[in-house]
Ligand binder design. Sequence first.
Ligand code: ZN
Length: 512
Amino acid sequence: MNTLHAWGRLGAAALLAILMMGAGVPDAGASEPAPFKITLKPLTGGDQEVDALDVRWTLDMPAGSTFDLTAPITYAGVEGVADRIEIISARDASGPIPFTTSDDPPHPGGFPHFRHWKAERPVAGQIEVTYLARVRSPGGRGGPPFDLRASGGGVSGAGSGFLLLPRGAETTRSRLIWDLTDLPAGSGARTTFGEGGVDIEGPPSRLMQGWYMAGPFGHYEGARASAGFNAAWLGRAPFDAAAEMAWAADAYAYLGEAFGYLDPVPPYRVFMRFVDGAPCGGGTALGASFMYARCALTTGETAPSPRETLVHEMVHMWVGGVEGPQGVTSWFSEGLTTHYTRLMMLRGGLDSVEAYGGHINRSAQALYGLAAQDMSAQAIVDVGFADGDIRHIPYHRGAFYFADLDARIRERSGGTRTLDTVLRPMFEARQAGQTFDHAAWIALVSAEIGPQAKDEFEARILRGEAFAPHRGAFGPCFTRRDKTYEIAGHGPVERYEWVRQTGASDDLCRNW
Ligand SMILES: [Zn+2]
């Protein structure tokens, strides 16, 4: 399955902020400024599906303030966000606020660019903005499921798919309120930030980085070892959603133990939507949550559960990101997530040893089978969302880079150190607020494998030069073998595949 992800849009600092956020509503101190207050009301049409979100927000501004509103035109491949927004009213104490709009130039690869509504006069006091965000109709280019879509009598999407926000507002808290009166009886609302109405620490822009769902959704609530894990879904799942979410809850508990450094493991929220009509999406993680999206199948049709995607999206929370140029950093966020997804599924008994081998060789095919396999990290960003195969190169290239490093760290240290032991202190330092960027990574890895680590990182990751991963990159029971990859219109290339050693026990394969 071709999964789509957030391209490290969530920096380590933002991730941290989301992880540290509790579900509780803090007490408002007397001197605390009024929060940014936003009410979301899904509006249902004649077909019993949601047509739009009615959004109302208020914000206090000092007298004489300049004021502008902003919304994405395209957000990570999702087009038309600002075009689906219609401002109904914007006013302050002096009356309606007139605006002039301007658009940022588009990014060639579909990375975010924004529309701005600049107030034509200074504003003062309480500002009230009301707008409609229409749901996206089927059609157009695909991307992560940030866009607002109707399904199963409800609505879902990311804040980046429907929010028109005040630019540069300095409020430190936002109050999210739901009005579900136009939804079927029994409907609920959930976001990355919590169940129903919640207070969200930080400026209004924080609201962009979360998933939203409202409607008569099915749900699963974790208990005991997986307490804090929950899931909600809209539309008909082609698999047993409750059973698969129980599986995902166990996987989440396992990942928490295996990564270890987020202790206690934060609450986690899964969202799934099954929509009529492409584009349907894939999986994308934001903070301690992800959205899994796919096209609905006709009644009675079934499909396998996307367990690998479920684990991949959850692994994102522990892997996090590295600071660096937009998109270029996916060697870390996506590469390391791809690496750990297959390792954790193997180690945790979440899948068979054969499936682990299959996962490795699918990565090999996805990388070595492409004419563009040597493309530089920046060139891949420039292609962006226009080509899904090229966009996924950093997933596989990065994963091979980490698997190779793991084998070499083990070899050099005589088996006393591994990639896990090298990463753990970095994860903890990043969690404590320390900057983790490309320079920090080079320093970290140079200390393990020597000063050539810098040149190697630049050649393999930034310039995209081919390399042969260590023979033992995938553990003692898989070995590297030469393989010729036929590439249409390009000719054959000599690269690698991995085969299971005969006689190696499953136990050896899982524990090394
Ligand atoms: Zn991902």
